[in-house]
Ligand binder design. Structure first.
Ligand SMILES: NC(=O)c1ccc[n+]([C@@H]2O[C@H](COP(=O)([O-])OP(=O)(O)OC[C@H]3O[C@@H](n4cnc5c(N)ncnc54)[C@H](OP(=O)(O)O)[C@@H]3O)[C@@H](O)[C@H]2O)c1
Length: 277
């Protein structure tokens, strides 16, 4: 299904493509024949990934240093992709991140930073790609979000931003469908990616968290990348405005994050009607 010429002639931009899920997606898109450009803030993530991905794909993969929160940098990044490669058919909005915090101690600055990256940043590059290329020629956009349907304690800022991205995606899907632009979101559950190294040591007990997933394991980065590649390929050609959950059943069962029980737990007294003995 993901044969090596299925995306031949297409140009893909993957934000956060130097690490984790983004790097796996860049590699898979490249192996499907697309010309791939990765973009993120740190040259220290982009430069080694460009070399490593080019080796793995067997063709050059390109890199641009760009902070998606900076609208001028985003416009310049999109312009550079189109000027250099002639088009921009696929955008994977994967760049993002957050810090874990109980909601009551998230500072205004912390809230703004997480929303700027995970909502406004994704909007910035989506609108820039649409205006510079996709609304005139068609295109496919996939947003990587997170599990948003249930409570996600410790992530109030990020889950709000990601739910906003999904809602934005549904709206853009309708506004832009007749212009040949499709936009979908992928919600990963627990993914075994380098991203977990960004959290303080011990922030997550990943071994324990795996118990809470019906499939009893984390996803691989390729299992997320595969869904993204399906959605942007011709096989996903009639899918737009959807959110695909890739979580091993996690959102159907189990806890994302353990909230302590009150002590002592209240007694449970099963009620009787007053006329019962
Ligand atoms: N791993 C999971 O279990 C999981 C679950 C649900 C959702 N997700 C989401 O999936 C995405 C990828 O996660 P991952 O696990 O692969 O972790 P990761 O390695 O931390 O990936 C995040 C990527 O985003 C880039 N990035 C962060 N801020 C950026 C900005 N302002 N502008 C441009 N790029 C930026 C980072 O590169 P720079 O530092 O170079 O900017 C990095 O390459 C993230 O949005 C993450 O929150 C992950």
């Amino acid at each position: 299904m993901f044969r090596d010429d299925v995306l031949a002639g297409q140009v893909a931009l993957v934000t956060g493509g130097g690490t984790g899920i983004g790097a796996a997606t860049a590699r898979m898109l490249g192996r499907m024949g697309a010309t791939v450009v990765i973009a993120s803030r740190k040259a220290s993530n982009i430069e080694p990934a460009v070399a490593g991905l080019s080796r793995q794909v067997g063709r050059p993969v390109h890199g641009i240093v760009c902070d998606i929160r900076d609208r001028a940098a985003v416009d310049a990044c999109v312009k550079s992709v189109i000027d250099t490669h002639g088009r921009l058919d696929i955008l994977v909005n994967n760049g993002g991140g957050q810090f874990l915090s109980p909601a009551e101690v998230i500072t205004p600055k912390g809230w703004d930073a997480v929303v700027a990256t995970n909502l406004t940043g994704q909007w910035n590059i989506t609108q820039a790609a649409a205006n510079a290329w996709m609304l005139g020629h068609g295109g496919a956009i996939v947003n990587i979000t997170m599990l948003t349907a249930r409570g996600f304690p410790g992530m109030a800022h990020s889950v709000a931003a990601r739910a906003g991205v999904e809602a934005m995606g549904r709206t853009l899907a309708v506004e832009w469908a007749s212009r040949g632009v499709r936009i979908n979101s992928v919600e990963p559950g627990l993914v075994n990616s380098s991203g977990f190294r960004r959290y303080p040591e011990g922030a997550f007990d990943l071994r324990e968290l795996q118990r809470r997933v019906p499939m009893k394991r984390m996803a691989t980065v390729d299992e997320i990348a595969g869904t993204v590649c399906f959605l942007v390929s011709p096989l996903g050609g009639y899918i737009t405005g959807q959110t695909i959950v890739v979580d091993g059943g996690h959102s159907l069962w189990g806890d994302n994050w353990i909230v302590p029980d009150p002590e002592p737990l209240p007694d449970v007294v099963i009620p009787r009607e007053e006329w019962e003995e």
